[in-house]
Design a protein around this ligand. Structure first.
Ligand SMILES: Nc1nc2c(ncn2[C@@H]2O[C@H](COP(=O)(O)OP(=O)(O)OP(=O)(O)O)[C@@H](O)[C@H]2O)c(=O)[nH]1
Ligand SMILES: [Mg+2]
Length: 573
């Protein structure tokens, strides 16, 4: 399935040709029929001789409706270019061709319409003129088919040419991130909100949750259609009608975008390339009422030229665009720039950066993914995909990390290790990036929530404070002068026990347990605090925390004034 758009000057026979090919009159409105003029987009589809299904978007040729034309061609990648043999090349033939070029359209077929109502010599003249005009554009060398809708002249040949064309147009890519440019939104009786548009970048299915931007409203797909046929799912590169639940038709309009939830970066400031048309008779500067056409939408923008102050005709440069509302955009998206004051097409280009980090005075945008990573240092791989459309495997934790930023983080870690001494640093004191990078330090090891130098002598092995505590196990001294970090680590490793602010050697607590065992062997009905004090040879100050510890660890249990055996009471020795 492919979607292509018509293009060409007013009255040259685009709609008539679409009807002849598809059987559908693309002029939907009474006013269009009354005036014999296309005002807004029309649609039709046909099955070509090969069996390929072709969707056609019919655009208006009148210069007054150029914004509708732009909405129709914003997301297609091929065209049916129409020139009436009776009139030859005209101003909107030229403007439409420029617009298609700026949008990066690369494939097309030319129909020389009304060929049966003019002298064959004129038809040949028109053909020569067209070939001359399209020289150097994507239409150079494209088939030029003389047609006449009322007499069906050339229609079979045109169908074959369209078939050939489709074999050269690459199939739309499925990137797993659907994006639909809305060209119509309305309420259908009994169904609620219906929107139509061109689907790109991913598949949509009935039941899918989607997001309507820039309104930021979530919705669910109740039904899907392609040219009035119900479908369960539709691939990228197709025209879609979506029946949405959860969003009012008044919340959606042409130019809006339906995307997979959370899959797209919403851009309000973008850097882009801008090519100024050769034919423009003045330079382009930041001044002027600029309007950017993106997808099916029209957006008044503020523009700043990056680097020089102005861009002359035929020049290419970079610009920063400030959009009035945020849109799900991606580097590579094409746009056309018009100046609404003079009502002229100025040029167009390609989005390069959807979230520029550099100040405008320093920005040198390009489409390099490495630049995006470099400017951020650390970027989540999902975030990077939203920013660039490219998926990269994370190289540290969940991040894609610029080599230089990684070196900076590692240097910071080494410095912290140096300062911390042999016990290392607590992981909880590091930031997310440092924690993720810690495992990359060959010389360090992570253990017990701390990062320390792997072969550093462990200062806790023969710590003097433990020996001091062990010297008077049941009446230990206070930890005056002991390094707080070392003390905490001794406790964490279980070599020292803290109870109610008193520190005991672990062996002292064990000995106290055995002492309790002996007292209970003498009198299984229990022992008092004073009996314990006497046996331990200490005072209440040390006896109470020791007994509390024994109670807490199940060695003893308190009953009234006495301690009795707990489940973990050791055997008396
Ligand atoms: N004899 C003859 N008349 C044609 C042919 N194609 C179009 N016409 C007539 O030309 C007039 C304009 O045709 P349209 O199809 O409306 O032209 P259009 O390009 O769609 O015009 P806009 O959408 O307004 O730009 C109509 O009166 C058509 O009947 C053709 O191949 N042969
Ligand atoms: Mg028309």
């Amino acid at each position: 399935m492919h979607v292509i758009a018509t293009a060409g000057h007013v009255d040259h026979g685009k709609s008539t040709l679409v009807e002849a090919l598809t059987g559908t009159d693309p002029d939907r409105f009474a006013e269009e029929k009354a005036r014999g003029l296309t005002i807004d987009l029309g649609f039709g589809s046909t099955t070509l001789p090969s069996g390929a299904v072709l969707s056609l978007v019919d655009v208006p040729g009148h210069v007054r409706f150029i914004k509708n034309m732009l909405a129709g061609v914003g997301a297609v990648d091929a065209c049916l270019f129409v020139v009436a043999a009776t009139e030859g090349w005209k101003p909107q033939s030229e403007e439409h061709l420029r617009i298609l070029e700026l949008l990066g359209v690369e494939h097309g077929v030319v129909a020389l319409t009304k060929s049966a109502v003019t002298d064959p010599d004129f038809v040949e003249l028109a053909r020569l003129e067209v070939e001359e005009r399209v020289a150097g554009t994507f239409l150079e060398g494209a088939p030029v088919v003389a047609t006449d809708a009322p007499t069906k002249l050339g229609l079979d040949e045109l169908r074959r040419a369209l078939d050939d064309l489709l074999t050269t147009v690459p199939a739309a890519e499925d990137r797993g991130r659907p994006r639909l440019w809305v060209d119509r939104a309305f309420a259908a009786r009994g169904a609620g909100t219906v929107i139509t548009g061109m689907l790109t970048d991913g598949v949509l299915r009935v039941g899918d949750e989607v997001e309507v931007q820039p309104a930021g409203v979530g919705a669910r797909i109740r039904a899907l259609q392609n040219h009035h046929e119900e479908r369960e799912e539709l691939p990228p590169g197709t025209r879609c009608a979506l029946n949405l639940v959860g969003v009012a038709h008044t919340q959606v309009q042409r130019g809006d975008v339906v995307v997979g939830p959370g899959q797209w970066h919403l851009a309000t400031v973008v850097d882009a390339s801008l090519r100024v048309l050769d034919q423009l008779d003045h330079s382009v500067s930041r001044r002027g009422a600029h309007v950017a056409y993106l997808g099916a939408g029209e957006h008044p923008v503020r523009m700043r030229i990056l680097g020089p102050e102005v861009l002359g005709p035929g020049r290419e440069g970079s610009v920063r665009l400030f959009l009035p509302r945020s849109l799900p955009l991606l580097p590579g998206d094409r746009f056309v720039l018009r100046e609404s004051g003079r009502s002229e097409t100025v040029g167009g280009g390609c989005i390069l950066d959807v979230d520029p980090r550099e100040r405008a005075s320093r920005a040198r945008p390009d489409r390099s993914v490495d630049r995006v990573v470099r400017e951020r240092g650390w970027v989540g791989s999902d975030e990077l995909e939203r920013l660039t459309g490219e998926r990269r495997e994370p190289n540290v934790g969940q991040w894609v990390v610029d080599p230089e930023a990684l070196q900076t983080t590692l240097a910071g870690l080494r410095e912290a290790l140096d300062e911390s001494g042999p016990l290392g640093v607590e992981l909880s004191s590091l930031d997310d990036y440092q924690r993720a990078a810690a495992v990359l330090l060959d010389e360090a090891t992570v253990d017990g929530g701390r990062l320390r130098v792997a072969d550093a002598a462990d200062p806790l092995v023969d710590h003097p404070f433990v020996a001091t505590l062990e010297a008077t196990p049941f009446a230990p001294p206070t930890p005056d002068g002991v390094d707080r970090v070392e003390l905490r680590e001794l406790v964490r490793r279980g070599r020292v026990v803290e109870e109610d602010g008193i520190f005991f050697a672990a062996s002292a607590v064990e000995a106290a347990g055995r002492l309790a065992g002996r007292l209970l062997a003498d009198d299984p009905d229990g022992f008092t605090v004073s009996a314990f004090r006497e046996a331990a040879g200490n005072t209440r100050k040390h006896a109470m925390p020791l007994l509390a510890r024994l109670d807490n660890t199940g060695v003893t249990r308190r009953r009234g004034d006495v301690r009795i055996a707990g489940p973990r009471l050791p055997e008396a020795d």
